[in-house]
Write a protein that binds this ligand. Structure first.
Ligand code: 9MG
Length: 284
């Protein structure tokens, strides 16, 4: 039996494929390269209006991130990440959609939860000392992502004995740690971390076996493939021309059982998933 609900802070998210399409998590970047002029006040207005647009387009969760995790990008200091993320979280607090914070820093997690964040999306799988303790007492959801290495160097010759097995072992260990920290399994979802310390072949093995991963761990599965370089490797297209590849990847993940899809292009992904859902819905 697949999990049918995710306990997500102020929300209970239905994940039942017989009733609804996979959920769409919209990416809301709050990094200087998201803006042309770098002015903070205008930036906040721009970010909030992008969030409003995503809501109008049917987004189910908004993922706010103040640090780029692209390969090779330098880390952002704690105070700068807080300066980027917290005003956006305050501004969107009552927007009616669950708010996820994309961070691996326990201090950001604590501040975000105090400001009503509903989910923490951690590319580091809550491995930083104090990360699980920072969120244990709250009722936010956790997205535990697999990453080999660190963003600065993770794409330099990633290797596995058996990528599927190694990722499964990672999740078993993280789930044990979460359980020991007193975190209920209803709050957890997992993500294989496409592109995070993985070659194209590793990514494709994981994508083809997502269903197996989901069945083995019996937790909601989140997949992030939107505009990623693996799609560029397959299509030969630059990042700004990867919409069709991103939609195909979203559908491939949905077919394999992903229940949450993290994307830049919300309207197009919602349409694609709605059509897929209508065409394949289990009605009995
Ligand atoms: C922050 N971030 C960038 N890519 C991601 C992915 O694939 N999954 C999750 N959970 N977060 C991501």
């Amino acid at each position: 039996m697949k999990p049918t609900t995710l306990h997500c802070g102020r929300y209970r998210l239905a994940l039942d494929r017989t009733r609804s399409r996979p959920l769409v998590m919209g990416i809301l970047n709050v990094t200087p390269d998201s803006f042309s002029d770098g002015r903070r006040f205008d930036s906040l207005e721009l970010v909030v209006s992008r969030a409003e647009q995503m809501i109008a387009e049917g987004v189910d969760i908004i993922d706010i991130g103040g640090e780029s995790s692209r390969p090779g990008v330098a880390p952002v200091p704690l105070d700068e990440e807080l300066r980027r993320v917290m005003p956006v979280l305050y501004a969107l607090r009552d927007c009616g959609k669950p708010l996820s914070i994309d961070t691996y820093k326990p201090e950001v997690m604590r501040e975000a939860i105090a400001a009503d964040a509903d989910m923490i999306n951690d590319i580091n799988g809550f491995r930083a000392p104090g990360a699980l303790a920072a969120i244990a007492e709250s009722d936010c959801a956790l997205c535990i992502m697999h990453m080999q290495g660190i963003p600065q160097s993770m794409q330099q010759d990633p290797r596995y004995d058996d990528v599927l097995h190694d990722v499964q072992v990672f999740f078993h260990e993280r789930l044990r740690a979460a359980q020991q920290a007193g975190i209920a399994s209803e709050r957890l979802c997992i993500d294989p971390g496409f592109g995070f310390g993985k070659t194209l072949e590793h990514n494709l093995i994981l994508l083809r076996h997502l269903g197996q991963l989901q069945a083995e761990l019996n937790l909601p599965l989140l997949a992030g493939l939107s505009r990623k370089s693996m799609l560029g490797s397959i299509t030969g297209k630059p990042v700004e021309a990867r919409l069709a590849g991103s939609l195909a990847a979203a559908l491939a993940a949905a077919v394999q059982g992903a229940q949450i899809i993290r994307v830049h292009d919300v309207a197009e992904t919602v349409d694609a998933l709605n059509v897929w859902q209508a065409a394949t819905a289990i009605t009995t």
